[in-house]
Ligand binder design. Structure first.
Ligand SMILES: CC(C)(COP(=O)(O)OP(=O)(O)OC[C@H]1O[C@@H](n2cnc3c(N)ncnc32)[C@H](O)[C@@H]1OP(=O)(O)O)[C@@H](O)C(=O)NCCC(=O)NCCS
Length: 205
């Protein structure tokens, strides 16, 4: 956290979760930018001040930025555009989490309430570790990964860029889930998952 002001791209449900955790982190001013502007000017108690493009065209100084878009490829793309503009995209961490001092986390990643991250795990840029998920020791999560609420990733798992792990999924230790894959809600993954593959069920197929 470098500034007291946080700008959130995307005024959907995930944006609301981020605004909530950001206020717990101590941000004094939280503003949204969303393409529903000017039809919508508020998300709950937080103002929507313009479209995403208006901000990309004229980035505001003295503010931290975060992209709150659930679609992994879009989130990573906007993250990279903002990076080129040189704005600060901090790691946002809910106060109630357990994160190993021996883990590493990339810029623009959001760690929600109740998340546990174990030792020697590396998390990329612009990831979402959603409410109550766990990522155990020696995992590698690439940029743009989303681990949905309550999913459990065992030790030594690698997850490729922009892959989405669905709510409540369980991932067995030491396997590789390639990039752009989708693991369905509640799935139990026990084998490697190929690029772009969607797997469902227990065991996941
Ligand atoms: C996997 C997923 C992306 C598929 O979505 P979709 O393409 O819209 O799939 P549909 O709902 O059209 O279902 C297609 C088929 O797959 C089945 N299916 C869908 N999701 C499934 C799941 N998680 N487990 C088992 N079967 C599933 C459906 O029953 C349906 O089967 P049928 O054709 O025999 O009727 C979605 O169901 C899912 O699990 N998303 C994760 C949600 C999540 O984690 N949300 C948290 C956000 S923070």
């Amino acid at each position: 956290m470098k500034n007291n002001k946080l700008i959130i791209f995307g005024a959907g449900g995930h944006g609301k979760v981020i605004a909530d955790l950001a206020s717990l982190m101590g941000y004094k001013e939280i503003n949204f930018y969303d393409d529903s502007y000017p039809q919508r000017t508020y998300l709950s108690r937080w103002p929507i001040l313009g479209t995403c493009q208006s901000l990309l065209d004229n980035p505001l100084p003295n503010a931290d930025y975060v992209v709150a878009i659930g679609h992994n490829i879009t989130r990573l793309k906007i993250f990279n555009s903002l990076k080129l503009l040189g704005v600060n995209q901090p790691i946002l961490i809910h106060p109630f989490t357990s994160i190993s001092q021996y883990s590493s986390i990339g810029e623009g990643t959001v760690i929600c309430a109740g998340v546990c991250i174990s030792a020697d795990t590396s998390i990329g840029n612009a990831c979402i570790l959603n409410t109550g998920c766990t990522v155990d020791h020696d995992c590698i999560l690439s940029d743009g990964v989303h681990i949905s609420p309550g999913a459990n990733v065992a030790g030594g798992v690698s997850i490729g860029e922009c892959t989405w792990i669905g709510i409540g999924a369980a991932i067995r230790q030491s396997i590789e889930i390639s990039s752009h894959a989708i693991v369905g809600a509640g799935a139990t993954v026990i084998r490697h998952v190929d690029i772009g593959q969607m797997v469902l069920g227990t065991p996941a197929k």
